[in-house]
Design a protein around this ligand. Structure first.
Ligand code: ADP
Ligand code: 5SP
Length: 560
């Protein structure tokens, strides 16, 4: 199962073959009833973005009905896991536990669950209403760097700790009447379990509340969120977090046995966040990177090294203890590219990206066409950005090919050039921030430090010109690949997680060992670009410091 603007149910067999699928698209299926756009509602005045929890409840029922209608042998399903969009929180009230335990299989879920929420909405990852709470979090342990050191991230608007603090201050009645708080992932697991499921060991690191080194809630941050007197109460609301991401939470609720024909032995494994689940969509080796080109863009790596910094995230790996997920998350991904595309002449054929791609491929790296030309760099943020934390805007700069003489360009150089520069800009930001995690690929010391492979997922992964530019800028000694599941990598990762939880020989058998043995590379991925190109890669390397300086200048102006 995955949640984003949709719920997707994927059923796989032990050999990883997908045997059934069903989808609920929140906008297509529920916009009339819940008025959502891209799955969410917004209160612009306060910067709130949120989803109706009742819609999620209805979507569970609908996706299972569709799975059944598609002929899936539901009774053969042995285990369920899944993923939910990170950071979103669900506030349950005192009716939740007893109601979940006694669901009547003759009635719909929504008929029975509509009164169990202390708040009818779940704040969404795009919410940006919590600046003052972020300031408190960043200062509370001393500095932003210290908060990042302890929790893996500096304070972010969407992180659940800042959201909970705002809820307590802005809607105290909701906070006080909530008996439990779930994340989107543990909310879904709770529905299937018929009891409030614990928060997942990876998803908990998207809250700014979890002390990664000591593997427990951080007392001081709980105090900030709940006041000193409220810590015990908040602890109860959040619950204990099991360290093993593969341990069954229990059997499926009898409700699903009666209503949909699940086996009573079907096990519920912890659900995780959409990004942690994405790194489970293939056996990711050290030095491999996943770039998710969806509405947002994310850059993910699996690493044993913990080197936190306020500008990115380290999260617990969902299945490998002592490993971490390195993540960059950008708000301006697909939408920003679409804005540039839409300034170009409309593509004549059925592919709306044809013209954009032509411009990308016709423009040389950094738009340096001849000796003496300046390199072009830009920042394209139609939405306020997370990385770096800057307001909406577009900035265009030039510098010498060696990175010197950086200067802002007052004029717009036109969408024809923007097409390549925006894609380069997105990739350069990833290269700048991931340089500490990469090195020369094993056995190839002659190559500069870079990822071994780059796996593209999400809507933008269908685009060959974008793949080419990501290969030019980020390298990828073994090439750039597309995961054939397109935008559904996190749902597939959820299914693999259930399989690992059920079939691992013992707690020692790692996810990568088990999935690695069964994974058929030729069926799962497609090489879409050669990746590293000697010379081109170094040309981009020369301007990385200028790119960083451009961001700093933009930030300095924005914050003055
Ligand atoms: N051929 C394409 N080229 C470039 N971008 C594309 C292409 N097809 C889809 N996209 C982009 O993919 C994004 C949606 O990605 P998807 O992974 O489906 O969404 P989400 O992140 O919401 O799950 C959109 O912003 C769209 O512009
Ligand atoms: O906030 C983050 C990661 O920190 C985002 O990556 C969301 O998890 C994206 O969810 P979608 O709406 O794209 O599924």
């Amino acid at each position: 199962m995955s949640s984003g603007p949709l719920y997707l149910a994927i059923v796989i067999e032990s050999d990883l073959k997908v045997v059934s699928e069903a989808k609920v698209d929140f906008d297509a299926d529920f916009a009339a009833k819940y008025k959502v756009v891209k799955g969410v509602l917004a209160n612009e005045d306060e910067g709130e973005v949120y989803a109706p929890v009742a819609m999620w409840v209805e979507a569970v029922e609908l996706v299972l009905n569709r799975l059944k209608d598609n002929g899936c042998a539901i009774k053969n399903i042995k285990g369920i896991s899944g993923s939910g969009q990170q950071h979103s929180s669900v506030y349950w009230n005192k009716h939740a536990e007893p109601t979940l335990k006694q669901l009547d299989g003759k009635k719909t879920l929504i008929e029975q669950l509509s009164h169990v929420f202390a708040y009818e909405f779940a704040p969404n990852w795009q919410d940006h209403s919590t600046q003052s709470e972020c300031d408190l979090f960043d200062a509370h342990l001393g500095t932003r760097e210290q908060l990042a050191e302890v929790t893996g991230s500096a304070a972010h608007h969407r992180f659940t700790g800042t959201q909970i603090l705002r809820m307590r201050r802005r809607r105290p009645e909701v906070y006080n009447s909530s008996t439990r708080i779930s994340l989107a992932s543990s909310f879904l697991a709770s529905v299937f379990l018929g009891a409030i499921a614990p928060i997942d060991i990876s998803d908990v690191t998207g809250m700014n509340l979890w002390d990664i080194a000591s593997e427990k809630w951080n007392e001081k941050l709980l105090e900030l969120t709940a006041t000193k007197e409220g810590v015990a109460e908040l602890y109860k609301k959040l619950g204990d977090v099991p360290i093993d991401g593969g341990k069954s939470l229990g059997s499926i609720s009898p409700y699903f046995v009666e209503r949909f024909g699940f086996s009573p032995d079907c096990q519920i494994a912890p659900f995780t966040g959409d990004n942690p689940a994405t790194i489970l969509s293939l056996p990711l080796r050290p030095l491999d990177a996943i770039v998710s080109l969806g509405t947002s863009s994310t850059f993910l790596m699996n690493t044993p090294h913990y080197k936190p910094d306020p500008s990115y995230h380290f999260m617990n790996h969902p299945t490998n203890k002592n490993h971490f997920m390195f993540m960059l998350c950008y708000k301006n991904g697909g939408l920003a590219r679409e804005k540039v595309r839409d300034r170009l002449t409309k593509s004549p054929g059925p592919d709306p990206w044809a013209n954009f791609n032509k411009k990308v491929l016709e423009t040389p790296p950094l738009d340096i066409r001849k000796e003496g030309d300046k390199a072009k760099l830009g920042l394209y943020f139609p939405l306020p950005e997370i990385v770096p934390n800057v307001q909406a805007g577009t900035w265009r700069y030039t510098c010498n090919p060696d990175g010197s003489d950086l200067a802002e360009t007052p004029s717009d150089w036109g969408a024809d050039v923007d097409a390549r520069i925006i894609v380069e800009s997105q990739a350069l930001s990833m290269r700048l921030r991931s340089h500490g995690l990469v090195r020369s690929p094993p056995g190839r010391p002659e190559l500069p430090a870079q990822p071994r492979r780059i796996y593209l997922v999400g809507g933008g992964s269908l685009n060959p010109a974008i793949a080419r530019v990501f290969g030019d800028v980020l390298g990828g000694a073994d090439g750039v690949y597309r995961l054939d599941v397109g935008g559904n990598a996190c749902a597939l990762g959820g299914a693999y997680k259930a399989l690992w939880a059920l079939e691992r020989r013992d707690e020692g058998e790692s996810f990568d060992e088990l999935i690695g043995r069964r994974w058929r590379e030729d069926e799962a991925i497609q090489k879409v670009d050669d990746g590293f190109r000697d010379g081109v890669f170094q040309r981009y390397g020369n301007v990385v410091p200028a790119f960083e300086a451009m961001e700093k200048r933009t930030l300095a102006v924005a914050h003055n």
